[in-house]
Design a protein around this ligand. Structure first.
Ligand code: GAR
Length: 210
């Protein structure tokens, strides 16, 4: 069975959506480890409640980002993951980490990348005055929030939106597209050609499915 390692920093609602997809057999995989850089991450509780092994690794014990990443990379390698899933993991990964798992790391970002990369993407969309924003699942490369895009969903921005209401609307789409992208990858249907991702037999519409 395919194996996932999920990295989180907080609430863990995307982690929960992935767990739900596994438990309802939409995704044929298991999560062998959920790793957090934040002790208080709510997602750690979610994982424990579903019988998934968790680890909190404290960044303050390391003198550099690279040192931390090399340490967690060793822990992750022991799990022999097919895919490393960043689900609200709010640390920039060092080149060393990305090199160790080239092509095997995915991330979800709350914008239609390349728009609004980095932090507070929803706030950036509101401040810019966008009428449409969304969310993207992409392969992680050394350029922040810019790797090849696997799936995106467009989400309207409403005149009365606040950062909270917009984030919540985007999040409900994140919970749909992340399990879908993971399913595609684990089924071996995803091919990357340069920047372009080709998914075998995907149905493209407002939200790509199948
Ligand atoms: C999600 O909105 C995710 O897209 C975002 O953090 C949130 C995590 O929520 N990630 C980023 O902004 C990465 N640049 P969750 O912990 O409930 O899944």
């Amino acid at each position: 069975m395919k194996n996932l390692v999920v990295l989180i920093s907080g609430r863990g609602s995307n982690l929960k959506a992935i767990i739900n997809a596994i438990e309802s057999r939409k995704i044929n995989a298991k999560i062998s480890l959920v790793l957090s850089n934040k002790k208080e991450a709510k997602g750690l509780e979610i994982a424990k409640n579903h019988g998934i092994k968790t680890k909190f690794i404290d960044p303050s014990f390391f003198s550099s980002r690279e040192g931390y990443d090399i340490y967690i990379a060793e822990l992750i390698k022991k799990e022999k993951p097919d895919l490393i899933v960043l689900a609200g993991y709010m640390r920039i990964l060092s080149d060393e980490f990305i090199d160790a798992f080239e092509g095997k790391i995915v991330n979800i970002h709350p914008s239609l990348i390349p728009a609004f990369q980095g932090k507070n993407a929803q706030k950036q969309a509101l401040e810019f005055g966008s009428l449409i924003t969304g969310c993207s699942v992409h392969f992680v490369t050394k350029d922040l929030d810019s790797g090849p895009v696997i799936i995106q969903a467009a989400v309207p921005v409403l005149p009365e939106d606040t950062e909270e209401t917009l984030s919540e609307r985007i999040l409900s789409y994140e919970h749909r597209i992340y399990p879908q992208a993971i399913k595609w990858i684990l089924e071996g249907r995803v091919k990357v050609e340069g920047r372009k991702v080709i998914v075998k037999d995907a149905k493209y519409g407002t939200i790509p499915v199948n």
